[in-house]
Design a protein around this ligand. Sequence first.
Ligand SMILES: NC(=O)c1ccc[n+]([C@@H]2O[C@H](COP(=O)([O-])OP(=O)(O)OC[C@H]3O[C@@H](n4cnc5c(N)ncnc54)[C@H](O)[C@@H]3O)[C@@H](O)[C@H]2O)c1
Length: 292
Amino acid sequence: MDIKEIGVLGAGIMGSGIAQVAAQSGFSVSLVDIEDQVLKEGIEKIRESLRRFQQKGKMTETQAVETLARIRTSRSIEATMSAVDIVIEAVPEILKLKKEVFRQLDQICPKRAILATNTSSLSITEIASATKRPDKVVGMHFSNPVPVMVGVEVIQGLETSEETLADIYALTERLGKVGYKAKDFPGFVGNRMLMSMINEGFRVLWQGISSAEDIDRNCRLSFRHPMGPLELADFIGLDTVFHILEYLHNEIGERYRPCPLLKQLVTAGQLGVKTKKGVYDYTGGEKKPRSF
Ligand SMILES: NC(=O)c1ccc[n+]([C@@H]2O[C@H](COP(=O)([O-])OP(=O)(O)OC[C@H]3O[C@@H](n4cnc5c(N)ncnc54)[C@H](O)[C@@H]3O)[C@@H](O)[C@H]2O)c1
């Protein structure tokens, strides 16, 4: 399929990054969110990221202006998604919500359109069951921050067609990314491994064995990880981490039971960088340790 128009649903951490990369690659992008404020912040984040690319000499001012001009924002799926070739969905990691959104997209998008989900863990097959086009539903799991990270997990649901997969690999390449395949199993490959480590980092902290800073330092300095598990959890969003672990716990078993400390932070609405408080405190613009 000759993809020209891309719809991105959800303009949070991932949706804004996906919209930026798509526009940078020359696609015309409709970015939709239910919150006006999120759309404004999303565009601001994109502007800031393009500025950094310019400062590093990786993009000209004209290219940055043209990239921004290719993105239009809206709060209405109906007004924007009726002519797209593909939608990449990036709403919160809640199965019921994703199924509802896919049911709506199936009614609004053209019959030819592919419906891709950026889910971190949820069943592609179950999300596809909310539509009448399960052959065109596929997992396209980008990594955070999208403008920088190159890998994309491509997940084939039970009914995803080979044609859809081929289109997704071709699109991934046009976005300057590298796709790799995973089967439709909870957490796929990346998050099945990553969430074990993040949850274990929380348990070590919760048991008082070490401080958050030292747990993160341990992984950075001894394993050469670019970020420790707790700072990474704050960066991903603790609500997202919690939803993924809850799903993996239900689907795979006890070893993914979310640590009570993680649950407590999420219950308090302390979701990490995006709310300025999580494992660390980000108020005032710098990262400060907290005691638990
Ligand atoms: N954060 C990460 O590091 C990361 C990495 C890979 C994949 N993911 C996945 O990407 C998806 C989005 O995660 P995020 O971190 O961007 O979340 P986020 O909370 O930053 O953004 C989600 C956005 O979706 C919007 N939204 C909610 N319901 C909507 C609807 N019906 N229509 C349109 N917009 C709606 C919200 O207003 C919010 O702005 C999740 O499935 C998550 O698992 C996240």
